[in-house]
Design a protein around this ligand. Structure first.
Ligand code: V47
Ligand code: SF4
Length: 361
């Protein structure tokens, strides 16, 4: 406990933790003491507020040229279960968005072998035309890299074209684990970790705020997780463009990664707490209830978390991999989860501005 107390004092004094110290917290840190410390640090940064967002996921296709071994969502063209939505289908699917109080479209999908870059431009343009007040948070760095390849444009130009038709922010997917040897095992076709970071840096330079994720609980070690977080922390020092860190708990069902069971609740909560302590330049830490389950996500509020993501509506990616959480949650459910943890629910927009307005049920 002596070493834990030394690390805690250091963190309380605002001194940055080293990766070795964070590794110690993973391997030997007392579970409850770790949670309490992370909650205390979060309280200093964010007070009692816990954010949530009324959003809707849009996944235009699950057909993907990559075959990430952890992905149960993607299909090959022509395979059973493969789907693609044309722009009109999507516009029709989300036509009641304003009535439902939706403030954000979260758009990610597979890397389709035939669609041109123009499909994505048309999608954003049509969504913006129909729903001018709903923020578009779209496309992972992996998709942006793919758009550059299929269009022959460079990354800043891809961003410019997307921004011109409504792109306002980017989600944090595709980061997985940056360590090359792990990436080689779990997603050999995917862009490298270095490329993911480079594209995020360019996004920040183009005034596009982004999120950051880490997929954990597969074949990586604690040291790999800390290497990942260290790289995010360094880029954040440079650009300040990351809004939130979201650890994503691996789900093994229907994937090519043979692993018994899912991540443990202990690992999930420790990871959230260590992220809160280590990522001192990230204001927000999100417990993504879709992957953690609603109850562990709620417990995350006692382990340094200040964001519970959103209502989501029709989540497909994690459910293809066996997630038992709901496909979407009502606003009332999310607010109750926050209130019964003794915290204050605040609806936010994509950029973490509190929004006023009624409860949408
Ligand atoms: O990049 C894929 C992950 C990500 C599995 O930025 C899996 O606000 C667990 O990034 N088990 C996409 N995870 C989702 C994502 C996301 C989600 C919610 C909010 C935000 C945000 C971003 O999902 C992928 C990959 O890391 N994933 N398969 C699986 N079997
Ligand atoms: Fe394709 Fe993304 Fe699935 Fe990888 S994680 S196979 S890039 S949809």
């Amino acid at each position: 406990m002596k070493k834990f107390n030394e690390i805690a004092e250091k963190r309380r004094a605002g001194v940055r933790l080293t990766s070795a110290e964070a590794l110690y917290l993973y391997e030997e840190g007392d579970f409850f003491a770790l949670g309490k410390l992370a909650a205390e640090i979060n309280q200093k940064i964010n007070g009692e507020t816990v954010y949530y967002n009324i959003n809707r996921h849009i996944n235009p296709t699950n057909i993907c040229v990559n075959q990430c071994r952890f992905c149960a969502y993607s299909k090959q063209k022509g395979e059973d279960g493969a789907y693609e939505q044309c722009v009109a289908d999507i516009i029709n699917e989300v036509k009641d968005a304003e009535d439902l109080g939706i403030r954000e479209f979260h758009i990610v999908g597979g890397l389709h072998p035939d669609w041109p870059f123009e499909y994505y431009l048309e999608l954003l343009q049509s969504l913006k035309k129909e729903h001018p007040d709903i923020v578009i948070k779209a496309f992972t760095a992996v998709e942006i890299d793919y758009f550059a390849k299929i269009s022959g444009l460079n990354i800043p130009t891809v961003f410019k074209r997307l921004q011109a038709v409504g792109l306002q922010a980017m989600p944090g997917g595709g980061a997985e684990i940056f360590t090359p040897a792990i990436r080689e095992q779990i997603c050999p076709e995917k862009i490298s970790g270095a490329r993911w970071l480079e594209i995020m840096e360019l996004a920040h330079q183009s005034a596009i705020p982004t999120n950051a994720t880490m997929l954990y609980g597969h074949v990586e070690s604690f040291a790999d997780r800390l290497d990942h977080m260290e790289k995010l922390r360094s880029l954040q020092d440079k650009t300040g463009g990351f809004q939130v860190f979201i650890p994503l708990a691996f789900h093994a069902t229907n994937t090519d990664i043979r692993k018994k069971g899912e991540t443990s609740a202990i690992d999930d909560l420790k990871t959230l707490a260590i992220a809160r302590l280590y990522l001192d330049n990230f204001q927000h830490i999100k417990a993504y209830w879709v992957m953690l389950g609603e109850k562990i996500a709620q417990l995350g509020l006692l382990f340094g978390v200040n964001d519970l993501d959103g209502t989501v509506v029709k989540e497909r990616i994690t459910h293809a991999a066996g997630a038992k959480s709901a496909a979407g949650l009502s606003e009332a459910y999310i607010r109750n989860a926050i209130i019964s943890a003794g915290r204050k629910p605040v609806e936010r927009d994509t950029f973490y501005n509190p929004v006023s307005g009624g409860q949408h049920g």
